[in-house]
Design a protein around this ligand. Structure first.
Ligand SMILES: [Cu+2]
Length: 229
């Protein structure tokens, strides 16, 4: 190969290497599809409540990243209405948040019965398919799959599982009309700050005590609420 040929090959390879490094750095710094936070403050009128819709699934599938078998939450983009693999949000302070979580995952008896209690919501209750409840007994019924808990706001709500023996359990998000339980509840964001939210049910199957993998990876079983003035 001529000198100019070798030189252009070397330059070409160098450009590819730089592009790959930049891409992996950006992917590492911004794991979410929207840069890690979905913004509910755009066009928000002061005092108006905010609606957040999420879904929890037993397996995220191949459309949302590198771990198709992991359990995960997803969030509905309030602008496009599309399900995105992004579990963090920017919310206005001192604002009522109406949460709707569609849980498509099966459940099991809880290791800690405290996780079956609804805490910190407005009225101290949540709705399971339209019926109000304060405590879910995970030894009866279909068990609990996950929790949506914000320790900094004392909020915790169990996500009641679907019957795992159903033939049409969702195997890949987003799950559409497949069997699910609809959990609705409301809470107030309070003062500006960064509040983590997480699932406390050790649902990371195949990981040490169920607490690795999706339980300890951004955008799966937890995220952040960035509350702004
Ligand atoms: Cu979980």
């Amino acid at each position: 190969m001529s000198l100019s040929g070798r030189l252009s090959t070397a330059i070409g390879l160098f450009v590819v290497a730089v592009a790959l490094i930049t891409w992996s750095l950006l992917a590492f710094l911004h794991p979410g599809q929207n840069g890690g936070y979905t913004d509910y403050t755009v066009g928000h009128a002061a005092g108006a409540p905010v609606n957040v819709e999420m879904q929890s699934v037993g397996a995220i599938g191949t459309g949302f990243g590198n771990h198709p078998t992991w359990v995960s939450y997803l969030q509905k983009d309030p602008t496009t209405g599309k399900w995105i693999h992004d579990t963090s949000m920017i919310l206005p302070a001192d604002t009522v948040v109406h949460m709707t979580v569609l849980n498509y995952d099966s459940g099991s008896p809880l290791r800690n019965q405290q996780w079956g209690q609804v805490q910190g919501t407005i009225g101290g209750t949540a709705m399971l398919n339209g019926k109000s409840f304060k405590v879910y007994n995970s030894y009866a019924g279909t068990g609990v799959g996950h929790t949506f808990a914000v320790p900094g706001l004392d909020v915790s709500v169990p996500m009641v599982g679907v019957n795992g023996n159903l033939p049409n359990i969702c195997g890949q998000a987003p799950c559409g009309n497949l069997p699910h339980n609809t959990m609705t509840f409301s809470f107030k964001t309070g003062a500006p700050g960064s509040y983590n939210w997480q699932c406390f049910v050790p649902c990371g199957l195949g990981y040490l005590y169920g607490n690795g993998g999706p339980m300890s990876t951004f955008n799966y079983m937890g995220g952040f609420l960035k509350v702004v003035a």
